[in-house]
Design a protein around this ligand. Sequence first.
Ligand SMILES: Cc1cc2nc3c(=O)[nH]c(=O)nc-3n(C[C@H](O)[C@H](O)[C@H](O)COP(=O)(O)OP(=O)(O)OC[C@H]3O[C@@H](n4cnc5c(N)ncnc54)[C@H](O)[C@@H]3O)c2cc1C
Length: 474
Amino acid sequence: MVENIGTEASRALEGARPRVFWLDPDVPGHDVPEPAPPLTEDVHTNLAVVGAGYTGLWTALLAKERDPERDVVLIEARTTGWAASGRNGGFCAASLTHGFENGEQRWPEEIDELERQGAANLDAIEETVRRYDIDCEFERTGETLVATAPWQVRDLEEAAAALRERGLDTPLWDAEGTRDRIDSPTYLGALHEPDGVAMLHPAKLAWGLRAVCERLGVRIFENSPVRDIVRTPLGLRLQTGTGSVHASKVAWGGGAFPGPLRRLKHYLAPVYDYALMTEPLTDEQRDSIGWKGREGVSDAAHFFHYYRLTADNRILWGGYDIVHHYGGRVRPEYEQRPETFHKLAEHFLETFPQLRGIRFSHTWGGVIDTCSRFSVFFGDAYDGRLAYAAGYTGLGVGATRFGAQVLLDRLDGLDTERTRLRMVREKPLPFPPEPVRSIGIELTLRATASADRNEGRRNLWLRGLDSVGMGFDS
Ligand SMILES: Cc1cc2nc3c(=O)[nH]c(=O)nc-3n(C[C@H](O)[C@H](O)[C@H](O)COP(=O)(O)OP(=O)(O)OC[C@H]3O[C@@H](n4cnc5c(N)ncnc54)[C@H](O)[C@@H]3O)c2cc1C
C-alpha cells in the first residue's frame, strides 16, 4: 500500500542528524581542520581581514597573490566556514547580480559588463581551485531551471527570448525533453544554462582556501570575535576579548553579522534558509531519475527549491521557506525547523516519487545576508581605512571572490574595471527600522506566496516595491 505523503515524509526524516552535512566530521572524506589558535596578544599588520567565510578567505588569499610581501592577518569569530560559507547549496554561479534578470533590471547599461566580469570570476575560481589543487569536488555542470506550473513555462520562454536577443542561445526544453534529462512527473519544461554554474562542496572549498592562505603566509586566528573597532594614529585597532590587531587597513567580510560595524544593520536582514540531504542513492535509484548531466536544478517559482547531486550521489534539497525573525535575531536554535523540513521532504517526494523509501541523513539551516537589491554591496568606514562587502543574498559562493577583489581595490585606492561599476559604487535602499521592517517583510512574503498561487502575478504591494527597486528574496 502506498503511504500518505505526509507519513512518508515523516518516516524519511526519522533519524536524520540535525547538523550541517558538509561540516559533519563523521562523513567519510571530511577532514575538518584543527582550529587555528585564538588571538591572545596584540599583533600588528598591514591588512586585517575579518571573517573566515569566502569573502574573508578570498580577500586574504588575493592580497597575498597581489603582493606576497604584504603582511595579512585573518581573524574569525568561530571557525573557518562555520557560517553560510560552509552550509550552502554549493551552487557556484557566474552571476554577480543574483541572476541575469535582477541585474538587467537594476543596471541595464552595464549588465553585459557585469556578465562578462562574472564569467571571468567563475573561470578564475576554477583556475585557482586547480592551481592550488583544492579538493572541493568542483564540477562545472551548469544549471537547469525547471518549470512546474504553466505560468513558469511562459516565464522561461520569455527569459530564453531575452537571452537570445543578447546572442546567448540557452537551450529551452519541453516537458519530454526535460524528463529525458532528469525524470520528474512535475516538470513541464526547462531552461538549461550549460556553463555559468559549477557545483562544489562548500566546506571543502572554505577549508581549502584556508590551507592556501596559511601556505601563502597569512596569520590566522580563530575563535576570536572582533567586539570593537577603535581609531589609532596609524590605522585601526580591532579588539577581541583576549587580544587586538593593529592594522593600517581592514577588510570586513562578516557576512550577516554586523557586530561592531553597526551601520550594516540598516542594509541587512538575516533570513534563514533550510536544506535536507539524502543518504547516497543506490545505482537503481540513481538510474530511476536520470540526471546524467549532474547539473544543479532549481524551479522557477518565486519560493523556489534548489537541488543537486553530491560527489557520492546524495541529493541536497533546499530552499522554499524564507524565515526572518523579529529584530533580525540570529540564534543557534533557529537552524532546525521541523515544519520546514517536513514540507521540504513532502515536496521532494512529490518531485521524485520513484525515490519513495529514501531516507534523509541530515537537516540544517543557515543565515543569509539579504539586502534589498539581492546582490553584494560595498562601503567604506573610518575614513577609508575599512572597507566592507555584504548582502550577497543567497548567491555568494561565486560572487564573494569578486567581492574580495573589490575590497582590495578600494582599500588600495585603485581605479579598476570593478570599482567603476555603478553596481559597485551604489548602495541598496536600507530596510526601515522595526517594527515596520518585520511587518514589511511579512507582507512581502505573503504577497510572494500569493503570486506563486496566482500564475506568478505580482500584486500592488510587490509592484510598488519593484518600482522603487526594493525587494526581499533569498
Ligand atoms: C542554507 C544556505 C544555502 C545557500 N546556498 C547558496 C548556493 O547554493 N549558492 C550561492 O551562491 N550562495 C548560497 N548561499 C549564500 C552563500 O553561502 C553566501 O553568500 C556566502 O557564503 C557568503 O560568504 P561570506 O564570507 O560573505 O559570509 P559568511 O560565510 O557568513 O562568513 C562570515 C564570517 O565572518 C565571521 N564574523 C562575523 N562577525 C565577526 C566578528 N565580529 N569578528 C570575527 N569574525 C566575524 C563569521 O563568524 C563568519 O565565519 C547559501 C547560504 C545559506 C545559509
